[in-house]
Design a protein around this ligand. Sequence first.
Ligand code: G3H
Length: 541
Amino acid sequence: MPQASRLETLFPTLEQIPQTWQPGPAIEQREYLVDGILESWSGPLAPVRSPVCLREGEALQPVILGSTPLMDADTAMTALDAAVRAYDRGQGAWPTMRVAERIRHVEQFLKRMREQREPVVRLLMWEIGKNLKDSEKEFDRTCDYIVDTINALKELDRRSSRFELEQDVLGQIRRVPLGVTLCMGPYNYPLNETFTTLIPALIMGNTVVFKPAKFGVLLIRPLLEAFRDSFPAGVINVIYGRGRETVSALMATGKIDVFAFIGTNKAASDLKKLHPRPHRLRAALGLDAKNPGIVLKDVDLDNAVNESITGALSFNGQRCTALKILFVHEDVVQPFLEKFQARLAQLKPGMPWEPGVALTPLPEPGKTDYLQGLVADAVDKGAQVVNEGGGEVLQSFFYPALLYPVTPAMRVYHEEQFGPVVPVVAYNDLQTVIDYVLDSDYGQQLSLFGNDPAEVGRLVDAFANQVGRININAQCQRGPDQYPFNGRKNSAEGTLSVHDALRVFSIRTLVATRFQDSNKTLVSDIIRNRDSSFLTTDYIF
Ligand code: G3H
């Protein structure tokens, strides 16, 4: 079917939506969670618009899914106060609780969370336009992450249950919480990425204020009761509203100890600067990236194209790990472009619930204008949109644009498009590609596509000090979650993996004593009498 007619029928009428996926009545959310109570917000609400539009005659109307509290700074502060009280300068029930007991609370939460799979998946599709398969994957992967986190903590705790003896000093080392944590996630993985900081923060004994992402907000609502019922009052507090009104005020108090944020480096810098005690604030940040895919001359072209297609266009390129620029050797650039176009034409545009759909509408207002601007700038400076229909827009939908030849003069060479625009640069001298990576402001990941061991080996060494992960003949990605996920420069602060996240949200405390009879007896008595939660040799099964 020609591109134009495909787009004409892209958005459905209400009747065309299958019964199971009908949007249903708008949800007016007034609840927010503070100090173990689902409070009701009586102030203004922010409308939640779906990227999905409905066809009504000739007109296309975005679906209004409902509304969420547009909280003010004073109300947000009640959440911070509750988290501060629950932490109680490290003396609260939660930060001092035995690990095995904290694990039981998280297990209880997980059980309740699993019961909410259907409404959360449905809202993932409607709120951010993620297709059904990927929405289900996001939910399931998040549950798996929680299970893996519990197992990793058990393992960590088992190792900490033994004493060590060094130079006549007896010691026991345990990881303990850091304090009050502010968790904010991104709209592209509003559940998964948020929970990869929220769950480790909680399970390590920190108390949390959690503000959902700018889109993908309503989907947290089905989990509010599970949060309320699974954790002691004040341990997890959920607030809503604009970041600059709510979160800025919280940071300025200096009462936040850990800042867990996935978003832009600019927003992270602005918020960090508000904290009056910079050395008290720990940060776990996942930020911008411009991951390059580098296609060498000696390459399995079909594999390079397949990986680049999913790398650049899964969830319409709205992944921090997406391949955002492709450098292709000039000897293979023409066949690469032909194969890429052919594969791209097979990607099915449509609504998130349609079977096999790959390209869906974009949730950010103004995003299609921004992407059109990037394409226009590139075309103005000599690039072409290579694929049929590339860059066509219908309301919130942007059909992917394959741009070639892209040069350093163009904005898309430098800017993180975070959307379905695929810039291709032809190169002859590998040094120009190496310099791109060395000079980049970002340093998350890259992909190398090639077969020549000498060439691939040399490039691995050239890039090992530049990015957090080098993928050989594969797209960039975060998983498996057991591997480190990090970045250099403006791309990240700290490392997240199941194992690393437990470390990021905690610090080691050592209890030490001279190895002499009186101290041995004292420590043995403490353990036998169970006088301490820290000094124990309990083994978690
Ligand atoms: O948006 C950034 C995500 O962490 C990427 O995760 O590679 O699994 O899509 P992913």
